[in-house]
Ligand binder design. Structure first.
Ligand SMILES: C[S@@+](CC[C@H](N)C(=O)[O-])C[C@H]1O[C@@H](n2cnc3c(N)ncnc32)[C@H](O)[C@@H]1O
Length: 364
């Protein structure tokens, strides 16, 4: 791809897909199950939202009293900044006395819920008040930053193309959060160090497989996850695992049964290709698939690092047990050897270079 095409592709990144109501409900209910007061007395900010299209605002507004919220704020990004071609304002907007035809295209909006505006005795979605923001609703703007600072918890499905920046924006303010991101985000250098140190973790459910398109229909997304620093029950549930000996005897995986575990060539750890084949009694380091992370229980394992994880490089948190000289020698013996990858020889002596692996160790 030429540089010009590359930057065009970047610009055309599509961040317009919306989370379905049941997916939000399922995830949020799991935090409430763990701590029924998790949202009580809290101000929640839903940035990068759009209540006319998206469900986060609807969900929290409908549950305002139920959750005991103090205040709900949501902000939307201006249509012109979103670069949506076909767009008409909704009747909700045009019939409101606040409607301004120009601002409707160029400005973001803010929706606030904190009291019973229609005085019908309950605070719910009908009490939402809105106005245009001064700017386009960019989360990086001073006015949205102020709202961030006012909030206790930030919840949204942010633009994936700005995920790193969005997470940094939350972390610099030290807020609680629950956001959706792509599987690749796990190995971003701005994300994995927090995961390793148990400062952030994956949510209860894996992310949805389908999101709503504004023009109708669904956008299928391979691997999305919830990322959070709000505690939940799933992460304190250790994985039921067999011992090394029992895996050797009974594992359902042909790579393990009757074979056992193979050590990497260039790092002192064993390869464990399947989460359910992690031996419960091994005390050394193990390389496990990224998908293990949504079964991670910090009372059961420590994360020591990552190998071949995107922009984290070959090894993060640990280093290879081979010198450059050793690597050169190995390469001469077997041209399949890659210094830049975690490698092992399978039971047929075939050299295997691994995809990204999380390196873990049993909690002692
Ligand atoms: C993945 S969508 C999700 C929308 C909504 N939160 C939901 O889940 O239904 C991300 C939204 O962020 C908006 N967005 C993109 N860049 C933004 C920015 N710099 N500041 C605020 N919002 C932005 C996009 O226009 C898009 O509507």
């Amino acid at each position: 791809m030429t540089n010009q095409n590359l930057s065009k592709a970047k610009k055309e990144k599509n961040d317009e897909f919306y989370t379905q109501y049941p997916d939000i409900q399922k995830e949020i209910n799991a935090y409430l199950e763990y701590n029924p007061n998790v949202f009580r007395g809290k101000t929640i900010l839903l940035p990068c939202d759009d209540p006319e299209w998206s469900n986060f605002t609807k969900f929290f507004a409908q549950n305002f009293e139920n959750f005991g919220l103090k205040k709900l704020i949501s902000t939307s990004y201006a249509v012109e900044s979103k670069k949506i071609k076909q767009w008409e304002p909704t009747i909700f907007e045009t019939e409101n006395p606040n409607y301004d035809a120009d601002k409707s295209r160029t400005n973001g909006k803010i929706f606030v819920l904190d009291h019973d505006t229609n005085q019908n005795g309950i605070i719910d979605i009908d009490d939402l008040e809105w106005k245009y923001l001064e700017g386009d609703g960019d989360f990086r703007s001073d006015e949205v930053k102020k709202l961030r600072d006012e909030a206790d918890i930030i919840i949204t499905n942010p633009p994936f193309s700005l995920f790193r920046e969005f997470l940094a924006w939350i972390m610099e303010a030290g807020k609680q959060f629950l956001i959706i991101g792509n599987v690749n985000a796990i190995s971003y250098k701005e994300v994995f160090p927090y995961i390793k140190d148990n400062i952030i973790w994956l949510g209860v459910n894996s992310g949805a497989k389908e999101y709503l398109k504004p023009q109708g229909g669904f956008k299928k997304m391979g691997n999305t996850y919830w990322f959070t620093n709000i505690d939940h029950g799933r992460r304190h549930n250790p994985l039921p695992l067999m011992t090394m000996e029992d895996n050797f005897k009974y594992s359902k995986h042909k790579e393990v049964k009757g074979i056992g575990y193979i050590k990497y060539i260039n790092y002192d750890a064993i390869e464990v290709s399947y989460t359910d084949a992690i031996p419960s009694d091994y005390t050394g380091i193990m390389g496990v698939p990224i998908s293990w992370l949504d079964k991670y229980c910090p009372e059961q394992f420590d994360i020591v690092g990552m190998a071949n994880g995107g922009d984290l490089g070959v090894f993060y948190g640990v280093s290879s047990n081979l010198s450059n000289e050793d690597c050169k020698k190995l390469f001469q013996e077997d041209k399949g050897f890659r210094k830049g990858k975690l490698c092992y020889r399978d039971s047929n002596n075939k050299l295997i270079s691994c995809f990204a692996k999380i390196l873990i160790r049993k909690k002692l």
